[in-house]
Ligand binder design. Structure first.
Ligand code: PGA
Length: 250
C-alpha cells in the first residue's frame, strides 16, 4: 500500500546554524511513533550535516534539485552520485519555482526523473497549474501534460518508485490553499490517469502529495481526503513546531 509522506521543502532558507536549530527542534518534538514518513530538504550545503544528525532518526534527507548528467563540465551543478554519497535518497524534481525561474522544461524533467530512478533516488515529482489555467478550467489538462511528458515513458514497475506532488502554483507561498475538495478532485484525477496508462494496482501504490500553503490549521482536512497521501510543505516546514503539528495531522 502507498506510503503517507510529509516532506519539508526549505527552499533557499537556513544557513548551517539555522539548520542545526531547526533539526534540533524537529527531533526533540517529533513523536516516537510516526504515522507518516518524514522528509526534509535543506539546501545543498547542509545535506550532509542533516544526514549525519538524523542518522538514528526516522527522517529522510532530500535534495531540492538534481542534475540530469552523471558528471562532467557543468559548473555549479550537483550530481546524483554526490547526493547519494552524503546520504540523500529523495529529490524534488520539477518544482514550479525551477520550472518558472530556471526554465526547466518537461523534456529536461524527464531526464531528471530518469537520472534519479537510475540511481535509486526517489523523485518527488511536482506538477501543478498556474492561476490563469485554473480560471480557464484547464488545470486537468496542464497536469495531465506535465505527467505524461516527464513520466509516462516509465514502465509500471519504475513508475511505482516515484512520488507525485500536486502543487497548484497559485497556492504556493500565497496563503491560499486549494480546498480539500479541489485537492481530492485533482488527486483522484491523477490516480485515474495512472490507472488508465498502467493499471489500478500501480495507481494505488503511488503516493500523491498536496503542496501549497499547508499549515497546521488546514493539514488535517486536506490529509483526510482519500487520495491525498501527505504534503510537500514550504513555509511551514521552517518552523519545527508547525512542521511537527502538520506531521501529527495524520
Ligand atoms: P508553501 O510551499 O507551503 O510555502 O506554499 C510549498 C512548496 O513550494 O513546495
Amino acid at each position: 500500500m502507498r506510503k503517507k509522506i510529509v516532506a519539508g521543502n526549505w527552499k533557499m532558507n537556513c544557513d548551517l546554524s539555522e539548520t542545526k536549530n531547526l533539526l534540533e527542534g524537529l527531533t526533540q518534538s517529533l513523536p516516537n511513533l510516526l504515522s507518516a514518513e518524514v522528509i526534509v530538504a535543506p539546501p545543498f550545503t547542509n545535506l550532509q550535516f542533516a544526514f549525519d544528525n538524523l542518522k538514528n532518526r526516522p527522517i529522510h534527507v532530500c535534495s531540492q534539485n538534481i542534475n540530469e548528467n552523471d558528471s562532467g563540465a557543468f559548473t555549479g551543478e550537483i550530481s546524483v552520485a554526490m547526493l547519494k554519497s552524503v546520504g540523500v535518497n529523495y529529490a524534488i524534481v520539477g518544482h514550479s519555482e525551477r520550472r518558472e525561474i530556471y526554465n526547466e522544461t518537461d523534456e529536461l524533467l524527464k531526464k531528471k526523473v530518469n537520472q534519479s530512478l537510475k540511481n535509486n533516488i526517489t523523485p518527488l515529482f511536482c506538477v501543478g497549474e498556474k492561476l490563469p489555467a485554473r480560471e480557464a478550467e484547464k488545470h486537468f489538462d496542464v497536469v495531465k501534460e506535465q505527467i505524461e511528458k516527464a513520466t509516462f515513458h516509465l514502465s509500471a514497475d519504475e513508475f511505482k518508485n516515484i512520488v507525485i506532488a500536486y502543487e497548484p502554483v497559485w497556492a504556493i507561498g500565497t496563503g491560499k490553499t486549494a480546498s480539500p475538495e479541489q485537492a481530492q478532485e485533482m488527486h483522484l484525477y491523477i490516480r485515474e490517469l495512472i490507472a488508465k496508462k498502467y493499471n489500478q494496482t500501480t495507481a494505488d501504490e503511488v503516493s500523491i502529495l498536496y503542496g501549497g500553503s499547508v499549515k497546521p490549521a488546514n493539514a488535517k482536512e486536506i490529509f483526510g481526503q482519500p487520495d491525498v497521501d501527505g504534503g510537500l510543505i514550504g513555509g511551514a516546514s521552517l518552523n519545527a513546531e508547525d512542521f511537527v503539528a502538520i506531521i501529527k495531522s495524520f
